[in-house]
Design a binder for this molecule. Structure first.
Ligand code: ZN
Ligand code: ZN
Length: 601
C-alpha cells in the first residue's frame, strides 16, 4: 500500500502527558492506539525471534507498522502467530510506563540493537524517551495508551520489504503492517473496503480482461492489447465526435522540440519531469510533457484577426513525463500517456462564453460516461509561478465567478495551481466512494505573453490573446484506470471491447453461429464466436467472467428459427429473439450510449 508509506512517522510530535487516555480527543486516542499496537507487535516479534533486531514502528493511516531485521522471511502463518501473541498482551492489560533516560543508559539497554543505537546517536538531546510494558522495552518519544488493553481492534494484514531509513543502500528490513480501528465494526468495514478495492484493481482486471500490461523494458508505459486498444480508441472517438459541435479543430504537433521552446514557456525550469537529451550535433532537445508550447507555435504561424477567434486546437498525441519509478502505478500514474487536450485562444471579451462552453462539454461527457455529479475544486497560485500576481488574482476571481455561474459549488485547493495559471479541477466519485481528479481547465494570462502571441483587434492594433488550457477526461490512461475500477470491467456496450459472444451448443451449430456473427458484424458490432470444444455452461461462464454484455446461445431450435437465446452478463435470460432484433437492440444501446443499465447489472 504505497499511500501508507507516504505518511511520515509522527513519533517525535507527541508526548505523553497527565491527561488520562479516555479523556483525550478521539483522533488522539486512535493515534495512540495505533502507536501502542506497534509496541505490542514488536514485543511479539522479539519473543518469536529472540535474535530479531527492531528498527522503527510508527502509527500510520489505517493502522501501524514496525520494521524488523529477521533471521528468515516471514510467512503468512507467522503473522497469525504474532497476532495471537499480541492478543495475550492485550488481555494481560499491561501498564505502559515511560520516562526519560540518559543516552549512556539507553546504549546499555539497547546494546544488542544496532538500529536503536543508530537512532540514539541521532538524537540531539542528552536524554532519550524510554518506554516499556511487561518485559518489552523500546526507544520512543511517547504518545501511548495507558495500558495494552486499550489498543482497540486490529489485524496484521501483510508484510513487505522496506529499506532501513528508506535508503536503498541500507539493509532491507521486513515491515509488518497492521490495520487498527477503535471497534471491530470499524475494522471490519475498513478491511472490507480494502478487499473491494483489490477486487476492482485495474491492474488485475487489465490482466484478466486482456486489456493491457506493463513491462520493465519501458516502465510506466502501458502496452495496450487489442481489447484495451479498442476501449482506448472508443474513448478517443467519442471525444472526437464531440469536437465539431463544440467548435474544436484537431491538430498534430511534434513530440520532440529544441528545448528553447520550453525555456520560453517556463517548463524548462519549473517542470523537472521533462525528458531532455543532447543530439549528435550538440543540440538539446526535450520530449513534450504537454501540448501548450507546441500549440503556441502553431497559433503564432498565422496572424489572426479578432474575427477568427476563438481558435480551439485539440490534440491526442503522446506526452511523456519522467515520473519517479516509486510513484508509478498501473495506468493511473504513468510516464507515457495522451490527453483529450485542448488550448483555446480568445479575446478577453470572449472568455466568459468560452468557459461556459467548456463547462457545458464537461457536463455532457460526465453524463454520457455516467460519472455522476461533477465535483469541482479551484486550485490557486502555487509558490513558484510565472506572470504577475495581479493577473493571477484576477484569473482566480474570474474562475470562482464562472464556476458559480455554471451552477457548481466548489472547494479551494490552496497553492495547487499550475505554475502558469490557476485551475479548475473536475473530480469524480467512483462506485466505492473514492474521489479522483480527472479534467482541468486553466485561464492563462502568462504563456501567450511569453510566446509573444498576438491577434489584430477591432481597433486594428495588436493584442495578446487569453489562453485556456483544458482537458476533460485528462490523461486517457489514468481515466481508463479509474474507469476500469469504477465499472469493475463491466463497460457499457458502446465501449465494451467484445459486445457479444455467440455460443454454439454443439459443434454442429458452429456454422449457424458464424452466420449470426457475420450478420451482426455487418452492423458494426464487435461479435465473437466461442468455437472451443467446451460445454455450453463453461462457455457462458467464460463470457460472463470476461464481462461481455451479451451472450447469444444457438442450438437446433434457434438455427431453425433464425434466432438466438439471448442472455445478458448479469445472467438474465431474455428468451429467444430473432437475430435482426438482437442487432436492433444492440445498435440502439450502442448509439444511445446507455451506460447505467450495464454498470448496475
Ligand atoms: Zn512509542
Ligand atoms: Zn496546456
Amino acid at each position: 500500500m504505497a499511500d501508507q508509506e507516504t505518511q511520515p512517522p509522527r513519533e517525535d510530535q507527541v508526548h505523553d502527558d497527565e491527561t488520562p487516555f479516555a479523556a483525550l480527543p478521539a483522533e488522539e486516542r486512535l493515534f495512540r492506539m495505533r502507536h501502542s499496537a506497534a509496541h505490542v507487535l514488536a514485543e511479539a516479534v522479539l519473543e518469536m525471534f529472540p535474535e530479531a533486531k527492531y528498527a522503527i514502528g510508527p502509527p500510520i493511516e489505517h493502522g501501524f507498522y514496525y520494521d524488523f531485521d529477521l533471521p528468515q522471511p516471514l510467512v503468512p502463518d507467522d503473522l497469525e502467530k504474532l497476532e495471537a501473541r499480541m492478543r495475550q498482551s492485550v488481555k494481560a492489560d499491561l501498564p505502559i510506563h515511560g520516562e526519560q533516560i540518559s543516552k549512556g543508559r539507553a546504549r546499555e539497554v539497547f546494546a544488542n540493537q544496532p538500529y536503536k543505537l543508530e537512532l540514539i546517536d541521532d538524537i540531539e538531546d542528552d536524554t532519550v524517551g524510554y518506554f516499556r510494558h511487561g518485559e518489552f522495552q523500546d526507544l520512543c518519544r511517547g504518545g501511548h495508551t495507558d495500558s495494552t488493553g486499550q489498543i482497540g481492534a486490529f489485524k496484521l494484514t501483510h508484510s513487505a520489504g522496506a529499506y532501513w531509513r528508506g535508503d536503498e543502500h541500507k539493509p532491507m528490513l521486513q515491515r509488518i503492517y497492521g490495520a487498527l480501528y477503535p471497534t471491530q465494526e470499524d475494522l471490519d468495514a475498513y478491511l472490507q473496503s480494502v478487499e473491494e478495492a483489490q477486487r476492482r484493481d485495474h491492474r488485475r482486471l487489465g490482466r484478466e480482461l486482456d486489456l493491457f500490461h506493463l513491462d520493465p523494458i519501458s516502465p510506466g508505459s502501458p502496452f495496450f492489447h487489442p481489447k484495451g486498444a479498442t476501449l482506448y480508441n472508443g474513448l478517443v472517438e467519442y471525444v472526437r465526435e464531440l469536437y465539431p459541435r463544440y467548435g474544436y479543430d484537431e491538430v498534430i504537433t511534434p513530440l520532440i522540440f529544441n528545448t528553447d521552446i520550453f525555456r520560453t514557456s517556463g517548463h524548462y525550469d519549473l517542470f523537472p519531469d521533462m525528458y531532455k537529451m543532447m543530439t549528435g550535433d550538440d543540440v538539446e532537445v526535450g520530449v513534450k510533457p504537454m501540448n501548450c508550447p507546441g500549440h503556441c507555435v502553431l497559433f503564432d504561424s498565422t496572424l489572426y484577426s479578432y474575427r477568427d477567434l476563438p481558435i480551439r486546437f485539440a490534440e491526442f498525441t503522446r506526452l511523456h513525463r519522467n515520473e519517479r519509478s516509486g510513484v508509478l502505478h498501473g495506468l493511473t500514474r504513468v510516464r507515457s500517456f495522451s490527453q483529450d487536450d485542448s488550448h483555446i485562444f480568445c479575446t478577453p471579451e470572449q472568455l466568459d462564453e468560452e468557459m461556459a462552453r467548456v463547462f457545458e462539454m464537461v457536463r455532457e461527457v460526465y453524463r454520457d460516461l455516467a460519472l455522476g455529479e461533477v465535483e469541482v475544486r479551484i486550485a490557486t497560485r502555487p509558490e513558484r509561478f510565472v506572470g504577475n500576481p495581479e493577473d493571477w488574482d484576477h484569473a482566480e476571481e474570474l474562475l470562482k465567478e464562472l464556476v458559480s455561474k455554471a451552477g457548481w459549488s466548489y472547494e479551494i485547493a490552496e497553492g495547487e495551481g499550475a505554475f502558469y495559471a490557476p485551475k479548475v479541477e473536475f473530480h469524480f466519485r467512483d462506485a466505492i466512494g473514492r474521489s479522483w481528479q480527472l479534467g482541468t481547465v486553466q485561464i492563462d494570462m502568462a504563456m501567450a505573453t511569453r510566446f509573444g502571441l498576438r491577434y489584430i483587434g477591432s481597433d486594428g492594433e495588436e493584442h495578446t490573446p487569453v489562453m485556456i488550457h483544458r482537458a476533460i477526461l485528462g490523461s486517457l490512461e489514468r481515466f481508463l484506470g479509474v474507469y476500469i475500477e469504477h465499472t469493475e470491467g463491466r463497460f457499457p456496450l458502446w465501449l465494451a471491447p467484445v459486445q457479444a459472444v455467440v455460443v454454439p451448443i454443439a459443434d454442429r451449430h458452429i456454422e449457424y453461429a458464424q452466420s449470426v456473427q457475420r450478420e451482426l458484424r455487418q452492423r458494426g458490432l464487435r461479435v465473437e464466436v466461442d468455437a472451443s470444444g467446451e460445454r455450453m455452461g463453461a462457455k457462458i461462464r467464460k463470457a460472463q467472467l470476461q464481462k461481455v454484455p451479451y451472450m447469444l446461445v444457438v442450438g437446433d431450435r434457434e438455427a431453425e428459427a433464425g434466432a438466438v437465446a439471448l442472455r445478458d452478463r448479469s445472467g438474465d435470460d431474455l428468451g429467444a429473439v430473432p437475430v435482426f432484433q438482437v442487432g436492433d437492440r444492440m445498435v440502439d444501446e450502442r448509439d444511445s450510449r446507455t451506460s447505467q443499465a450495464p454498470i448496475d447489472a
